[in-house]
Write a new protein. Structure first.
Length: 344
């Protein structure tokens, strides 16, 4: 059966676990995997819907990206880990795992409902205070994960083998950074150094467990306000700055392209709460480089539907300056950027 299609997923569920599955629809979410919502008829004792995720040896939305299917096993491991008592944080959690099938590379998860991602939720009209509370919760949640996995070899060793995650993250953000930056009109030794160090950190660092793809599109805002953290197939050992910088870059884009007050409120709250909750001081220079790389390689395409060319060009200049300050380790200069709440 073809688990990349609605009919194939329905056949799988009816044959194996849920004979009463009566409808399956593919969801627009999911870059790496094929994601569906399955509807189950029942007596009310169990869930009426669930999320069905299947992976092939390529990215679902970009088949040219070749990815090992074992990444789904790492996602299942990460989901199990993040449900442990020491990892929990009020108001933020991953969905519960219902079933994992390694033979067919299937992961069935709790359905958070037809709710918006944090990126979709952060629209004009959202109360600034409510937005800041989400940033605060995410900062504490991420800091707690980093605190509990820092130097913990029993945890980190379980994820060391996720070579797909290392290869994808290092290539997407850093290996191709000089080429992409040059296509936008930016070059220099600072970009080359950022690319070399960033790629090395992704491939070799073993400091904390990184969630790997922690951004506003992979966080759902539940009906009761709970934040659901999704898509953990890129979880791997690495640096804390990788996760912090990715979320920060996307929160900053809210400020740059939608609503400056709203975006800065949630970004500042995220930075401050992360700083206060971490057991160690984060390397703000590396966070600056991570944000800058994201603005160079991801932002132009990801935000082109909402931003003018002039706005995109302005944020490319911001990205270049953040990379420059990060590589030079200019702490005074960084204090005058969006990173100030992460510093003091």
């Amino acid at each position: 059966m073809d688990l990349t299609t609605d009919s194939g997923v329905k056949q799988y569920l009816r044959s194996n676990l849920y004979p009463s599955c009566h409808h399956v629809e593919r969801l627009p979410e999911g870059f790496g995997g094929f994601v569906f919502r399955a509807h189950i008829e029942g007596d009310g004792a169990g869930p009426s819907t669930m999320i069905f995720k299947h992976v092939e040896p390529y990215a679902a939305r970009s088949p040219q990206w070749k990815l090992e299917q074992v990444r789904l096993e790492y996602e299942a491991k990460a989901l199990k880990l993040l449900t442990q008592p020491e990892m929990k944080h009020e108001g933020v959690r991953p969905p519960n795992v219902i079933f994992f099938d390694k033979t067919n590379w299937v992961l069935i998860l709790e359905d958070a409902g037809s709710v918006p991602s944090l990126k979709g939720w952060l629209k004009l009209g959202v109360d600034v205070g409510r937005a800041a509370s989400k940033g605060k919760a995410l900062g504490r949640y991420l800091a707690n994960i980093h605190n509990n996995t820092a130097g913990n070899e029993s945890i980190l060793s379980d994820f060391t083998g996720n070579e797909t995650a290392k290869s994808l993250s290092s290539t997407l953000y850093f290996k191709r950074l000089p080429q992409v930056a040059e296509s936008h009109g930016f070059s220099g030794e600072h970009i080359r150094q950022a690319a070399v160090q960033g790629e090395k950190d992704v491939l070799e660092a073993n400091e904390v467990l990184t969630l790997g793809d922690f951004w506003t599109g992979n966080v759902l805002v539940g009906e009761d306000g709970t934040l659901f953290v999704l898509d953990l197939e890129l979880s791997k050992p690495g640096t804390a700055e990788f996760d912090v910088g990715q979320m920060a870059a996307e929160l900053y884009c809210i400020a740059a392209f939608r609503d400056h007050e709203l975006g800065m409120a949630i970004l500042d709250a995220f930075f401050k709460s992360y700083r206060l909750a971490r057991d160690v001081v984060v390397d703000t220079a590396k966070v600056a480089i991570r944000i800058g790389a994201h603005l160079m390689v991801i932002m132009p395409n990801a935000w082109k539907a909402e931003a003018s060319k002039e706005q995109v060009d302005e944020q490319l200049r911001v990205g270049d300056e953040l990379i420059r300050l990060g590589v030079s380790g200019d702490s005074e200069g960084l204090m005058n950027t969006i990173l100030k709440p992460l510093i003091s």
